[in-house]
Structures are given as C-alpha cells and as structure tokens.
Design a protein around this ligand. Structure first.
Ligand SMILES: *Cc1c(COP(=O)(O)O)cnc(C)c1O
Length: 409
C-alpha cells in the first residue's frame, strides 16, 4: 500500500456519491461523458477571498492563465482578480476577451515578433525576458506608432527555498540577470517605452510559509536595489507567487495568513524608492488546482500476479501530472476516490491505470480504495491546474475529454 495525498477540504467530508458544485458526479458524467474535467468556480472564489483577507490591500492578485486556460475558466476567474498573466499570444487573445489590456501582462521566453506586436497593439504589458526582446518590442512599437508598455522580468540572484521548481539564482532562459537590469531599464526609458516595472518570479509549488516570506522579502529588497541603480521607480513590482497546494501524503496547505502578515510589515517598511509602486502576486495552481476534479470510468478490473488493476477510460494523456510525469522526480499518489463510495471503508489495494499502452500511465499506484466495479467512476482530485492543457492529449489518439465549469452555461 502506498499513501495518497489529502482530498481537498471541499470534498474531504463527503459520503456516498461525490458531489461537485452541488451536482452528483454521476450526473456530471451522464451529461458530458467520461472522462471529464469538472471545475467549481466557487472554490476559486473561496481561495481569492482567503487571499484578500490575508494579504495587505496594496497587493493585487493576478491569475497565471497557463495553470488553466480553458476559456470559461478564465472567464470565471477574471472578475475575481486584478490582473491576468499570460505566456503566449493564444493566452493573450483569451485574456483580452475577458479583461482590459491594461490588466494583462505577457511573460515568457521566445516571444515572436507577431506576439510582441499583438501585445503592443492591444496595450498589454510585456515582461521582457532579454535585452534583445526589449529592442524588438521598441522597434515594433515605433513602426506601429505605439509606445510599448514594458516591464523587465528579472532573473533574480535568489531562489525560493523548498520550491518544486526553482527559477532563480542561476543561468536561466527566464528573465534578465539582475546585474544587467539597471542598464536595460535605462535603455527602455530612453527608447520611449512606457516603463511598467519589475517582474520577479523565484519559484513554484512551495508550501513553506517562511520560505515564501523570505523570498518575498528578498524580492522587495532586490526591486528596491534595481530601482535605485536604474534611477527609475517601478510603477509595479510583481513579486511572483509560488504558493503550492498539497498534492501528496504529508503535504500541508500554505499558511497564507502568516505570509500576509509578514508581507504587510515588509511593505510598511519598504524602501523610499518603492513608496509609490503597486505590488502584485501572481498565482496559478493555488487558485485553481483544488477547484478541479477529473472523473474517469473503470473499463476493466483485472488481476495480475496478485495485484488488482482498475483500468480507466482516461489517463496520463489528460492528467499527466497525476501520473508523476510532469516535473516530479519521485512518483507519488495524488488523492483519488471511487466517486460513488466517498467515505466508504478502503478495503482493497489497487492500482488505477489509464488506457494508454505505456507503463507510465498510472494515476494511482497501490492505493487503498473501496472496491470499485467496472463502470464506476474514479475521481482524481487537484485536477484544476496543469491538467488537460499540460498533458499530451494527442498521444494514442483517444478522444479529448470534456471540460466543464459548473454554472457557466
Ligand atoms: C507558471 C508561472 C506562474 C504560475 O505558477 P503556479 O505554480 O501555477 O502558481 C506564475 N508566474 C510565472 C512567471 C509563471 O511562469
């Protein structure tokens, strides 16, 4: 038997048939087919409310669209947050459908000229990732007769301790090395662009409030130093994000209140050069991961050499992260349940495997579950972020699953 991560609080106490946004899982499946992603925007709204109550009012909340770019989901999240952060022209177009350009910023390496032009024409902010990208953006703006809104993504000389994905403190394709930022800011201002400030993202999927607080403090200090050295105060300092969610056994939720209290103190004592700056935290998975459930039906129950396999009609082509093949070194189990037997005693050890012809396609490895029959649905929790859009949906040519946002038409 191997442990599973904790079922998110909104679903953990349920008994009998799983309900998502007040509707039974079997009703969702009857309406939309299996496999299926269901997202509950009320859970996102609860996360936003918690963030707002915990964080100083001066800190805006941005949604990192790549965590879940399903258009009805972006539309559900957009009114709850101050800004949308995008990472491609495709995401930019989706964001522009639901948010004014002034509230959209575009980060990410390798922005093509057509992407820079689309952002400049729309009036979105570009977080430039290199000197060359800044030069191209200014040239494109000149041709278009529009002053581009430019911020600098900084490759910080600091990293987020305990982060699932470290982004700082080393050579990186992301951002401009901190020591070269002041010269670039001067060039951006001299080039006639609208100076928008700094974007400093130090890591992702961190659960330790103290590590996050430490990183925020270092980020503020870095922003102040870069502002001093460049001679231009940043209108906005995007402090990054990195708030994680508990995916695995032993993980605990981020203590957002503790982070907010510490950040309020740091902001109150910030350097004079940042006195008039706005601040933002950009979050993806913390806002949406727990709002999503992936439902997939058992096609076959089989025994092999003493082990039980529940073969489902979904798999890693929809939910790569739960199979352990998206940025994790050691495979561990996401929380799973038999959707019709919530709260029932777990009486058998089984592995939940997908329908792809590869041993990588395992959604649950030797987990304890109530006995599930063929036709019953397995729920994979924490499927709201980096699910379908971060999975190799074309692999093996199975049909795409439906996605549905509860309450959205
Ligand atoms: C991916 C990304 C995010 C979102 O990360 P989460 O772990 O989903 O919160 C935020 N900022 C940048 C720059 C990113 O690339």
């Amino acid at each position: 038997m191997k442990p599973m991560g904790p079922i998110p609080p909104e679903f953990a106490g349920q008994a009998g048939m799983l309900t998502i946004a007040g509707t039974r899982a079997d009703d969702w499946l009857a309406r939309h087919g299996s496999p299926l992603f269901v997202y509950d925007p009320a859970i996102v709204a609860a996360r936003v409310a918690r963030f707002r109550a915990a964080m100083p009012a001066a800190v805006d909340l941005h949604y990192a669209v790549k965590a879940n770019p399903f258009p009805p989901m972006i539309a559900a999240v957009a009114p709850l947050v101050h800004g949308l952060d995008v990472a491609s022209a495709g995401e930019l177009a989706k964001a522009l459908a639901v948010k004014p350009a002034a509230a959209i910023s575009f980060a990410g390496p390798g922005k093509r000229d057509s992407e820079l032009a689309a952002a400049i024409a729309a009036g979105a902010t570009l977080n430039v990732e290199s000197e060359g990208e800044a030069r191209r953006a200014i040239a494109i703006g000149e041709l278009a007769g529009i002053a581009p809104r430019l911020a600098v993504r900084v490759n910080p000389d600091l990293e987020l301790r305990g982060s699932g994905m470290k982004m700082g403190g080393r050579a990186s394709p992301f951002g401009v090395d901190a020591e070269r930022v002041p010269a670039l800011v001067k060039a951006i201002v001299a080039g006639g662009a609208v100076w928008r400030g700094f974007h400093i993202f130090a890591g992702s999927q961190a659960l330790d409030a103290d590590a996050l607080t430490e990183t925020q403090a270092a980020t503020l200090a870095l922003a102040a130093r870069l502002a001093d050295e460049s001679g231009h105060a940043p209108p906005l300092v995007n402090l990054g994000g990195g708030f994680g969610v508990p995916y695995f056994s032993g993980d605990t939720a981020v203590d957002v209140e503790r982070i907010g209290a510490a950040l309020a103190e740091r902001l109150a004592a910030r350097a004079g050069v940042l006195a008039d700056s706005a601040f933002a935290i950009e979050l993806g998975r913390w806002l949406v991961a727990e709002a999503g459930v992936y439902l997939t039906r058992v096609v076959d129950r089989k025994e092999s050499r003493g082990e039980t396999f529940l073969v489902v009609d979904g798999g890693l082509h929809h939910q790569l992260a739960a199979s352990g093949n998206f940025g994790t070194v050691v495979r561990r189990n996401y929380p799973l349940a038999v959707a019709g037997r919530m709260g029932a005693e777990a009486t058998e050890e089984a592995s939940v495997v997908g329908c792809l012809c590869t041993p990588l396609d395992r959604l649950g490895d030797k987990v304890m579950l109530p006995r599930a029959q063929e036709g019953e649905a397995i729920a994979v929790f924490l499927a709201g972020a980096y699910g379908l859009s971060a999975s190799p949906a074309g692999f093996l040519g199975h049909p795409a699953p439906a996605e549905v946002v509860a309450g959205a038409g």
